[in-house]
Design a protein around this ligand. Structure first.
Ligand code: ADP
Ligand code: MG
Length: 236
């Protein structure tokens, strides 16, 4: 008998507690949906990087994460894989609205994340959108309520929160703060604080930053609950 979708989800979730980062050598060692596995395989992602090995298990287990890893270490998949799996396991549909929000400091980074999501998330049914400066605001406003995953820059997101009546984040499950140190360095500290204050508190948050400063610790205190601290130093 073919496994039902509920049985698949149950099987995946019951394996999360068995994940041991040191024992991971391939993406197949994580209990991931076939949709994600196929997206990874087709794009030749076979072995996770250190930050991916360290963080994906904790994120799947539902923990908040404060991850330190430098540029090029593979942080995008470290958060996109949990985002896809969280929404998959909740059987998220278009009707459920915004489930995941990814905040990154620049448009270029937002585009890169969007492209990676399009490739790796190809076999899922989630809708994704970009909220970044320089695009047609009216178009964005109308489409916003149809997005399950939104990738955005801080200023433009806050603008939507303040002015777009269709922006609704009450169902938000998972928040990603990518390159949080650069968000703060670019003068978005107040904006980030306002955004976080507007989001539902019962969500999971993954915060990534290359550096650990006082302002990052302040942001972490505001946005994270009992976080796992992960720090990856590549030897190469
Ligand atoms: P970061 O956000 O930490 O700067 P990225 O997520 O942008 O890093 O990844 C850097 C590069 O490494 C990208 O070209 C990405 O496609 C590649 N990459 C990421 N994870 C893997 C992996 N597990 N296997 C092979 N290449 C990877
Ligand atoms: Mg990155």
């Amino acid at each position: 008998k073919k496994e039902s979708i509920d049985e698949v989800i149950e099987r995946l979730q019951s394996s999360y507690s068995d994940i041991v980062p040191e024992n991971i050598s391939s993406f197949n060692d994580f209990p991931l949906s076939l949709n994600t596995q196929k997206g990874l395989r087709e794009n030749d992602y076979t072995e996770p990087t250190d930050i991916q090995k360290q963080s994906i298990g904790y994120a799947l287990q539902g923990n908040d994460i404060l991850g330190a890893a430098k540029t090029g270490s593979g942080k995008t998949l470290a958060f996109l894989i949990p985002v896809l799996e969280v929404l998959f396991c909740k059987k998220w549909t278009t009707l459920d609205g915004l489930g995941a929000l990814i905040i990154t400091p620049t448009r270029e980074l937002a585009y890169q994340i969007f492209e990676t999501l399009r490739k790796v998330g190809r076999y899922h049914d989630f809708s994704a959108g970009l909220i970044i400066g320089g695009k047609d605001l009216h178009f964005e406003k109308k489409r916003m309520d149809q997005c399950n995953i939104v990738i955005c820059t801080p200023g433009r997101l806050l603008h939507h929160m303040d002015e777009n009546p269709l922006f609704d984040c009450v169902n938000l499950q998972i928040l990603v703060l990518d390159e949080a140190d650069n968000c703060l360095n670019m003068g978005f500290e107040e904006t980030m604080n306002s955004i976080i204050a507007n989001l539902p508190p019962n969500r999971q948050t993954l915060l990534f930053s290359a550096t650990q400063t006082k302002s990052i610790r302040d942001l972490a205190r505001l946005s994270l609950t009992n976080p796992k601290y992960l720090s990856v130093h590549e030897n190469a």
